[in-house]
Design a protein around this ligand. Sequence first.
Ligand SMILES: Nc1ncnc2c1ncn2[C@@H]1O[C@H](COP(=O)(O)OP(=O)(O)OP(=O)(O)O)[C@@H](O)[C@H]1O
Length: 243
Amino acid sequence: MPPILELIGLRKRFGALDALADVSLSVAPGELVFVLGPSGSGKSTMLRCCNLLERPDEGAVVLEGRDIAARGVDLDAARKRIGMVFQAFNLYPHLSALANVTLALRKALRLPRAEAEARGMAALDRVGLADKARNMPGQLSGGQQQRVAIARAMALEPAVMLFDEPTSALDPELVDEVLAVMRELRAAGMTMLVVSHEMRFARAAADRVVFMDRGAVVEQGPPERIFEAPRSERLRAFLSRRA
Ligand SMILES: Nc1ncnc2c1ncn2[C@@H]1O[C@H](COP(=O)(O)OP(=O)(O)OP(=O)(O)O)[C@@H](O)[C@H]1O
């Protein structure tokens, strides 16, 4: 099957720093690719290049067969195909859980209110929060807020979902409920690119683990190979620091 998302030769500099040195990565439909690496290795920058929140200096971001990093591409249209979930949930505090989800549907997809609400309720139901639809974010736990953010991204029915440290802002006891929702999404066939430090999740749910260091993909493979038989010295050192 052709990749749904392909990064080809991405480079990104911030001043003198090569945040991405030459990153290529392809993600197959339905695949969950887990990205790990030390702080500052370029994981977030790579993820943000996928939806052009950062514009790469060089390289292509091929989404569903089209380079969306090329000049003249309608970025709004391309971004509707990519959902993103951030470490900070970024919900509007003055809008209910349902309104946070439907706002994107009404603005981005221009759905009529009734249709947006029906789709929004279905998305909240999938993350187990149908009964909290009318709650304001302040009336939800951090884990519940992140599940609303996942519902918001998912409701757009994107081709790919990007997760940037989705559980890092959560109290430890709330992490599992968010990871469980992500596992269900994967089981439902969603294509996911996940930057996280949750190694347990990588072992249990990733199809492939990608190790980045100093702006480059150093090593990648199935989780059991990456964790049990790392090949590069840099990955071995990284894993031993985290053991
Ligand atoms: N907007 C920016 N301006 C300048 N430097 C930046 C910018 N964004 C990222 N960087 C730098 O680029 C490098 C890669 O950052 P990035 O956030 O992609 O790393 P990361 O692997 O996601 O790190 P972490 O695990 O700490 O989130 C870092 O040295 C960072 O300081």
